[in-house]
Design a protein around this ligand. Sequence first.
Ligand SMILES: CC(=O)[C@@H](O)[C@H](O)COP(=O)(O)O
Ligand SMILES: NCC(=O)COP(=O)(O)O
Length: 238
Amino acid sequence: MTKLSVNINKLATLRNSRGGNVPNLITSAKDIESFGAQGITIHPRPDERHIRYQDARDLKKIVTTEFNIEGNPVPSFIDLVLEVKPTQVTLVPDAEDAITSNAGWDTIKHKDFLVEVIKTFKEHGIRTSIFVDPSVEMVKGAAKTGTDRIELYTESFAHQFAEGHKEKSIAPFAEAAKMAHELGLGINAGHDLNLDNIKFFKENIPHLLEVSIGHALICESIYMGLENVVNMYLHRLK
Ligand SMILES: CC(=O)[C@@H](O)[C@H](O)COP(=O)(O)O
Ligand SMILES: NCC(=O)COP(=O)(O)O
């Protein structure tokens, strides 16, 4: 079974655009869980342009499914995660000025750093995942960091799938996932997954444990409603 973790960054963006507390992230997260999603993901960035560090603390009190916090492990992020103790932390090598995540880790170059950070989180009972491009070499490097899981960065899949290059879009992901499974790593995936591409991705990536989906899911919900859309994903992930 592949779990759906809904990334609520975009709801925070909407809230922040007006000040105030509409939409209320706590109510939204509870509703998303009640619609059947098996997790809530947030990706606080140091500028707190969408999710604020305080949101992470507040959400921890009410999330009853899997709580996944993603981000670049700068000192303030590490402190936040150790305080909040989510189910899972996903490490993403965000550049400060990036609009959104745009690359996976170089798990070879940053091995020593990743080993140290992952050890710290695991000592505190937090499952770890690291964001990687669909590269066998990067997956092999990830396995040497001690991480529990990887998250495959699916932007290139989504882009090529939308262009109609189905087989080409999935091939490196299938190969990277096969290697991850052989090395004992759990497999998550995310970025630009949507209602059009999720079924094909799921069908072609065995052992896919979890997908985190935000941007498209919230955009689709504008037309079809959050409850419907969550259920449409759950149906495609069966
Ligand atoms: C790691 C990843 O792909 C997502 O967390 C994505 O980066 C969402 O972040 P934004 O909502 O800031 O684009
Ligand atoms: N880890 C990926 C994520 O949380 C959501 O990414 P996106 O669906 O907003 O592109």
